[in-house]
Design a protein around this ligand. Structure first.
Ligand SMILES: *Cc1c(COP(=O)(O)O)cnc(C)c1O
Length: 402
């Protein structure tokens, strides 16, 4: 995990996840502090010149430089690996640093990547604009159509990339089936698991090779700082990622790692509560006459309910709404909400709403919006930790104003 502790964490732990999120990965200093220490240090001193030499050669465990590893960051990585059931993890400065480093670790010039087209905007830039500049071709497919994945595979395909549920329309991709297609072609499957969260979906157990998170979202969960994490086998982290991570510098700040580490203590409680509220609101909103459609992976009427039952243990903290009256009505609803705030972020303790067609997805033209299932009346809602009845009353008064 950390550079000083290479033991595998995939060994089944007798402790349950909620306990691991409080105790997992703790490295106490000589002071015996209860709460994890924040090691704000760039470097480390050695007791002798010989010790420095041994550390650099790798004959002696220990930290060298915080671009490589830092005790607070290592505690976060260890706790994340326990949560995910992964052998190893590396923290990164943001979710996008995790996506970029993970994808670059899979490919070289002349290779090919297949990705689902329904991706977070910056992820789409990495696979379809950045990688091709370095000689890595990319084919985009409709991720829900397995035949398209199969047809897109080439002898030089080295990586497949997807997120599920997708942003913002919450459609679901069959991770186990895409993993099989990728492996048959000799490619790795990289999954962005942000929308599902580690609590409700385990891509590694479904056959994925690498999982990435924007820790900015539910892992911090309180809207404070950016961070990311890459989880995979010890072999991938050590052989494919380690040098790239060390020498290109997407390292996670110890301060942000400390926030994330403490965020993980309450992560299961928060995500469970936010998911419960999302389910309640999905039911109540679907009965409201101003709402044409509610898309929620935890609802029986989701078009992929059967796949969701196989692949996810919970419905997520996200909802998509389609409101009658298009953009004008969507804007009126957003502006009339008093508790729910307008923001493109998600996974926060505060409930947040965004109009994808004019914000997160405004670079798409009408055809691309239609292909992504985004209408002018589509709104994406991230459910927070407020009392669910206050959220419902906020929706009721705002929908009355629409
Ligand atoms: C937010 C997000 C990212 C990027 O994470 P940052 O921490 O903002 O860099 C990537 N994928 C998904 C699905 C996201 O929601």
């Amino acid at each position: 995990m950390s550079e000083i502790d290479n033991k595998k964490t995939s060994a089944p732990s007798p402790l349950r996840p909620a306990t691991q999120m409080v105790h997992g990965g703790v490295m106490r200093s000589q002071w015996g502090e209860t709460s994890e220490a924040l090691f704000m240090t760039q470097g480390y001193v050695y007791e002798s010149a010989e010790a420095a030499e041994r550390r650099f050669v790798g004959d002696e465990p220990g930290f060298i430089y915080s671009r490589y590893a830092n005790p607070t960051v290592s505690m976060f990585e260890e706790r994340m690996a326990l949560l995910e059931g992964a052998e190893a993890a590396r923290g990164t400065a943001s979710g996008m640093a995790a996506v970029t480093a993970a994808m670059l670790s899979c490919v070289k010039a002349g290779d090919h990547v297949v990705a689902a087209s329904a991706l977070f905007g910056s992820c789409l830039y990495v696979v379809s604009e950045l990688l091709p500049r370095f000689g890595v071709d990319c084919t985009l497919v409709d991720g829900t159509d397995l035949q398209q994945w199969k047809s897109a595979m080439r002898p030089n395909t080295r990586a497949c990339f997807l997120e599920s549920p997708t942003n913002p329309t919450l459609s679901v991709i069959d991770i186990a089936a895409v993993a099989d297609i990728a492996h048959e072609a000799g490619a790795k499957l990289v999954v962005d698991n942000v929308f599902a969260t580690a609590l409700w979906q385990s891509p590694l157990a479904l056959g994925a090779d690498v999982v990435i998170y924007s820790a900015t979202k539910h892992i911090d969960g309180q809207g404070r700082c950016l961070g990311g994490v890459i989880l995979s086998t010890e072999q991938f982290i050590e052989e494919d990622l380690k040098d790239l991570h060390r020498h290109t510098g997407p390292s996670l700040s110890p301060f942000n790692a400390w926030i994330m580490l403490k965020g993980l203590e309450t992560f299961p409680l928060r995500v469970q509560q936010q998911t419960r509220s999302a389910g309640v609101l999905a039911d109540r909103l679907s009965d409201h006459k101003a709402i044409e459609r509610v898309i929620y992976p935890g609802k029986a009427d989701h078009p992929q309910a059967e796949l969701i039952a196989r692949q996810m243990k919970g419905g997520s903290t996200m909802l998509a709404l389609e409101i009658a009256g298009g953009k004008a009505a969507a804007f009126r609803l957003e502006n009339a909400l008093k508790v729910i705030q307008i923001s493109n972020n998600l996974g926060d303790a505060k409930s947040l709403i965004t109009h994808p067609a004019t914000t997160t997805h405004q670079r798409l033209d009408d055809d691309q919006l239609a292909a992504a299932g985004i209408k002018q009346g589509t709104l994406r809602v991230s459910i927070g930790l407020e009392d669910v009845d206050d959220l419902w009353e906020d929706f009721e008064q705002a929908l009355a104003a629409v």
